[in-house]
Design a protein around this ligand. Structure first.
Ligand code: ADE
Length: 269
């Protein structure tokens, strides 16, 4: 997978060199580049923002540096039809309709982190993991001039995405979270793919509690069933714990469950 991240704080994204995602990059599973938006400005101060039309507090990110960096990324990404620096490809003719459709289906996904976006979740992470090219546009200040978002729709599959119902200072923290959530779903990134199956949200429920040695610690015992060696009992106990936890902590998820996904022995707790 190819990932491009645009930010005015490229150093913020240095954490993507570490841990699982860093290793996936070194192993060639993720080709990730971070771009400094200020490299696409032409004034001495490398200005990326200006005052909002209509007045109001704060500053708005200017359209021009964004369109230039996004054009550059689109033209050099894995879905590009021409190398960087070449003249733009001629407009598609009617004869090209079918290949144009295929390319449209493969447009890079442009994720615009914003508190005004759809809230990110595991289903979105799975969906994004299916794409070949993700581009993240980290806004700061009051956001990016809306015309960039409209303009980008001709080239990208544009998706405003929020990390949650709170306000961050910019998109960088959201990108760290999303790249990790998506990257770990790519084949070969997580050593044991079974660990992706039994984790929170993979089946719409929260994960069951886990324990390791010793069996007794500070007068607290590991639940007896886990020491029983009875795999059917253990599986039932874990499923009950998932249902109970989810009902306690995230009743909204219980309401969203597909009734088909419930097993006969599942009880409403
Ligand atoms: N930028 C500012 N707040 C954000 C949020 N909640 N999610 C994603 N990007 C943001």
């Amino acid at each position: 997978m190819r990932i491009d991240v645009v930010s005015i704080f490229p150093e913020y994204l240095a954490a993507l060199d570490l841990s699982l995602i860093g290793k996936a990059r070194r192993d060639g599973l993720i080709d990730l580049a971070v771009h400094d938006l200020r490299d696409y400005t032409y004034d001495r101060h490398r200005t990326v923002d200006d005052t909002p039309y209509g007045g109001g507090a704060g500053m708005v990110m200017k359209a021009q540096p964004w369109s230039e960096v996004l054009e550059r990324i689109d033209e050099s990404g894995p879905l590009a039809t021409r190398p960087v620096g070449d003249a733009p490809a001629a407009a598609a003719t009617v004869d090209d309709a079918s290949s144009t459709e295929a390319e449209a289906a493969e447009r890079p996904v442009l994720i615009v982190p914003s508190p005004a976006g759809a809230v990110f979740n595991q289903a979105m992470a799975y969906d994004l993991a299916e794409h070949r090219h993700l581009v993240f546009a980290c806004g700061r200040y009051e956001g990016i001039d809306e015309r960039v978002i409209e303009w980008a729709e001709d080239r990208f599959d544009v998706r405003p995405v929020s990390l949650g119902d709170y306000v961050l200072n910019g998109g960088e923290v959201a990108v760290l979270a999303m790249v990790e959530a998506v990257g770990r779903l790519l084949p070969g990134v997580v050593g044991n793919p079974d660990s992706l199956v039994e984790e929170s949200h993979s089946d719409g429920l929260l994960e069951y509690p886990v324990y390791t040695k010793p069996a007794q610690w500070q007068e607290r015992d590991v639940p007896e069933v886990l020491l029983s060696g009875n795999h059917a009992r253990i599986a039932r106990w874990r499923r009950d714990q998932q249902l109970r936890r989810t009902a306690d902590r995230r009743p909204d998820l219980i309401l969203e469950l597909d009734p088909e996904s419930l097993d006969k022995a599942d009880r409403v707790l």
